[in-house]
Design a protein around this ligand. Structure first.
Ligand SMILES: [Zn+2]
Ligand SMILES: [Zn+2]
Length: 396
């Protein structure tokens, strides 16, 4: 069954490339992927596949019932682009200035469309139901929780989910290699805002003011001490103050300093320490030096945690499709974030990486780079992995 599916996915390769390039030329920012959603809906309609639109604002959901009873599995692809100007020179560059598919989500859409088509043509082999989720707004706006809120999992009684990310995310993967990971795979990512309010005054008479710049400097360095002295050195954690703003001239002590940054971690316990101690340290320092402070974390993404049992099922299947030597067990999580994590909090499943850099073809630019690209030759494999998972999955 998988052998035939693999061959069919290979046959689909020219169309996968065509769909990917169309998406690449017509990118949409988070929750504005209207053209991509329309493109997906048209394809599904032409193949006679039932679908829902407007799920989580711009999301599209394809529904493929099998001929036999069985479990419900979801395949997930994200479809948003990034606010940046493309610098590639190939003949299918973005038609829209300042918007670019620089993370490979155009490829994800093509792979998932291919899987939907192949599964729809194999309903007699399919047990249960497949729900193909085309998700908006992965890049920070939270399209996954928006779709969950709109009932994409509950309405279809989804029992398991699989999704992948192609590209150069993991240095461990060569072209066409599949990275699997048991347990934590990607970090939680939250941004924060802090404000320190002192008392402004003349730069020559600091004793008559409360200088928030000196206080902010102390806060920034003390926060780093949480990482080095309160979190195990074996536990991944990041605290980056990426923006610090205050003051207007060389001789004026400002009233306020603003700090902005991001924290990343893998284990929820690590996040609890970071979040609690950042506030305590900020408050403590500001109280000591008689300043006021405010602090908030913004909505972020929890860590991506794969289900061990599902991942081992997926790894076995991936070996059959990609060859045993091409399945790499990733030995450490990446500190990037992904909102696939919201789906994996609800149902068991796995997220995989598909190596799609290729130095021989000059494809070496990292994700979110104006010249990011990926090797299209891997598209059929992504389609085969998604469709193969759906065909082989049996509930417990
Ligand atoms: Zn990205
Ligand atoms: Zn991405």
């Amino acid at each position: 069954m998988l052998k035939e599916l693999k061959e069919a996915a290979r046959q689909l390769q020219p169309q996968l490339v065509e769909w990917r390039r169309w998406c690449h030329q017509h990118p949409g920012l988070g929750f504005q992927e209207h053209e991509t959603a329309e493109f997906i809906a048209q394809k599904l309609q032409s193949w006679g596949i039932e679908y829902e639109t407007g799920v989580g604002k711009t999301g599209v959901v394809a529904i493929i019932p099998g001929d036999k009873p069985g479990p419900v599995i979801a395949l997930r692809a994200d479809m948003d682009a990034l606010p940046m100007q493309e610098e590639n020179t190939h003949d299918y560059v973005s038609k829209y200035p300042g918007i670019m598919h620089a993370c490979g989500h155009d490829g994800h859409v093509a792979m998932a469309l291919g899987a939907a088509k192949l599964l729809n043509e194999r309903k007699e082999q399919l047990a249960g139901k497949v729900v193909v989720i085309f998700q908006p707004a992965e890049e920070g706006l939270g399209g996954a929780p928006a779709m969950i809120k709109d009932g994409v999992l509950s309405r279809h009684k989804v029992e398991a989910i699989v999704g992948g990310h192609l590209g150069l995310i993991s240095q461990q993967l060569g072209t066409g290699q599949v990275g699997v990971c048991y347990g934590p795979m990607m970090a939680a990512a939250y941004s924060f805002n802090a404000e320190i309010t002192g008392k402004g005054g003349h730069g020559a008479m600091p004793h008559q003011s409360t200088d928030p710049i000196v206080i902010a400097a102390e806060v920034v360095t003390s926060w780093q001490r949480i990482l080095t002295r309160e979190i195990s050195p074996l536990e991944p954690a990041v605290l980056t103050v990426a923006r610090i703003q205050g003051g207007s001239s060389h001789n004026i002590i400002p009233e306020k300093v603003e700090l902005q940054g991001t924290i990343r971690y893998v284990k929820p316990e690590t996040g609890d320490i970071l979040k609690k101690r950042m506030v305590e340290v900020l408050d403590g320092i500001c109280t000591t030096w008689q300043a006021e402070s405010s602090f908030s974390f913004n909505d972020g993404y929890p860590p991506v945690i794969n289900d061990n049992e599902f991942t081992s099922f997926f790894a076995q299947l991936a070996k059959e499709l990609a060859g045993e030597e091409n399945i790499i067990e990733l030995d450490q999580p990446t500190m990037g974030g992904e909102d696939m994590s919201f789906f994996l909090q609800e149902v068991p499943g796995t997220f995989f990486f598909l190596g799609a850099g290729n130095p021989e073809k000059g494809i070496t630019h990292p994700h979110h780079h104006p010249r990011f690209d990926f090797d299209e030759d891997i598209l059929w494999l992504g389609t085969a992995l998604l469709a193969g998972t759906a065909l082989s999955y049996k509930s417990k």
